[in-house]
Design a protein around this ligand. Sequence first.
Ligand code: COD
Ligand code: ZN
Ligand code: ZN
Length: 375
Amino acid sequence: MSTAGKIIKCKAAVLWELKKPFSIEEVEVAPPKASEVRIKMVATGLCRTDDHMISGQLALPLPVILGHEAAGIVESIGEEVTTVKPGDKVILLFLPQCGKCAVCNHPEGNICLKNDVIVPRGTMQDGTTRFTCRGKPVYHFFNTSSFSEYSVVDETSVVQIDPASPLEKVCLIGCAFSTGYGSAVNVAKVTKGSTCAVFGLGGVGLCVVMGCKAAGAARIIAVDPNKYKFAKAQEVGATECISPQDFKKPIHEVVKEMSGGGVDFSFEVVGQHDTIVSALSCCHKAYGVSVIIGAPPSSEDLRIDPTLLLTGRTWKGAIFGGYKGKDSVPKLVADFMAKKFPLDSIITHVLPFEKINEGFDLLRSGKSIRTILTF
Ligand code: COD
Ligand code: ZN
Ligand code: ZN
């Protein structure tokens, strides 16, 4: 029997309070309104950004259904939806592409002005939510909320992909892969034969390494205090792996010495002030490019010595690897299907959705790269 137009009761992982485990609850998911799409989730990855929300490092309204790296199947569509239809395989886009705003119409930049990432409201575009639990409205997250068997998103936050694609893998193109790989190939524009340094070897950092390799970097220096990450980093293309704990001198000095004066491109994929400054300082003073990918706690400012930039360095940042989602994600899925890059290397665990708290424990203990939850 069709569920279109009806409320769906299903399971979701609700975060009622910061720093507490998720509670698996029965929620009601309202049908999609105009320009909205209801999706049956198939697979979602667990990203550190979700964990930053749990810890309160980035502010958002509660109670909330988190999750932003996901793939699923369209269950039903609201009026005026033209780009997807029921039955389509889709990837959710935590950065929307409305196609109409000043950013969408500019060739560079991807922070569509309809985004709910920079200052999250936790609602649909009309200011209301489609989730209810125990009679209370539950907020959305990044317009994706993939930690639920069903979710409603704006049409601008979902894109159709190849029907043959394995959703339990390509869900990573919804965040880790595109964020990391795009930061190397689109944002830094890594060049052939160059030397790169990547700080932080989580799911996102390893995809930066893949992007540097694909762009033809000759050396990729990978930095992480957790040596468990080194084997994976080498598997995806790192040429040298170092831990800051093995050196007495600051890590940027070590990287500068290793690269004969500074690397061509450096990437911060940790989300801390000290690593942001280390990454900037270790790129060459005259022509180095440093890209910030991690987001440090929202309430703190960062002070740097302006001379670092005065000598010629370029300092950049990007979300979602600079990709415009609706345009780029189907192409990245096609590239994956053509075996142009691997996703298996970063998937260390696959768990049923109900084991979401176990998945986050693995991430916090440093024992996983990406855990995929299947529904
Ligand atoms: N030096 C080097 N590496 C370090 C250090 C250090 N001092 N301290 C910790 N690390 C390593 C950890 O051991 C770990 O391996 C890695 O850094 C971080 O990996 P994960 O698995 O915790 O995180 P990811 O890869 O899932 O996400 C990293 C981000 C930096 C993207 C994330 O934390 C973040 O800041 N996100 C917000 C910015 C953003 O773009 N959000 C949108 C969607 S992600
Ligand atoms: Zn993410
Ligand atoms: Zn837009």
